[in-house]
Design a protein around this ligand. Structure first.
Ligand SMILES: Cc1cc2nc3c(=O)[nH]c(=O)nc-3n(C[C@H](O)[C@H](O)[C@H](O)COP(=O)(O)O)c2cc1C
Length: 192
């Protein structure tokens, strides 16, 4: 069975609209993929500090980060499930990427520039935004970051499944947007 990694940063847990959209999509994908989940809300992580940076330079890398990095490099597909915070995703997602972006695992260099080492061919980014900011808008720095990371790690196509303007919708509009976005995600999942 092919391997899929889920990176979940839905800090509002059961209340999360993003997780609600992701639920049926991941259920569908679980029929075809062996899933490994990284629930970032349950992983206490700090950004690199002078100490942990020096340790890394000396080859001392926390066992969890090494294992997560190898799991990501070996995944056929990656799904990021994260709400839109401060015009991007929650900081914990960036901190996670910082820990698992490891030389000679997720990327290497060819003497001229960095080149990716990941097996992944497609990334699905599931998110919800409070403001009226469509995917690809200059104010939307979640999907643009993942496109850039895909260049560094060689992750292939990034597909975004997003609902927006949710904090300024009536309860009826909110439900409709969530349902439409879930349907869109399920259609993408069929060929993901
Ligand atoms: C800490 C925080 C920061 C947010 N920042 C933004 C933002 O910059 N732009 C925006 O459109 N919505 C922002 N929102 C609103 C969320 O994107 C929106 O409510 C989303 O649906 C929440 O997803 P969730 O239900 O999965 O937690 C923010 C919400 C929180 C709690």
């Amino acid at each position: 069975m092919k391997k899929l990694v889920v990176i979940d940063a839905c800090i509002r847990g059961e209340e999360s609209r993003t997780r609600r959209i992701a639920g049926p999509i991941l259920e569908e994908l679980a029929k075809r993929y062996e899933i490994t989940r990284f629930d970032l809300t349950e992983m206490p992580m700090e950004p690199l500090t002078p100490r942990t940076y020096a340790e890394r330079a000396a080859g001392i890398i926390p066992a969890w980060a090494l294992e997560a990095s190898r799991t990501i490099a070996d995944a056929d597909r990656i799904v990021v499930v994260a709400p839109f915070w401060d015009m991007s995703f929650p900081a914990v997602v960036k901190v996670f990427f910082e820990h698992v972006s490891l030389f000679d695992i997720t990327f290497t260099d060819n003497g001229r520039t960095c080149v990716g080492k990941c097996k992944c061919e497609k990334v699905m980014y599931i998110t919800t935004r409070g403001m009226n900011i469509p995917t690809g808008d200059a104010r939307e720095q979640g999907s643009s970051y993942l496109h850039a990371l895909s260049e560094l790690w060689d992750l292939g196509t990034v597909l975004t499944v997003a609902a927006w303007n949710l904090d300024y919708s009536t309860p009826e509009e909110l439900e409709e947007r969530i349902e439409n976005t879930t349907r869109f995600g399920l259609r993408l999942a069929a060929s993901f």
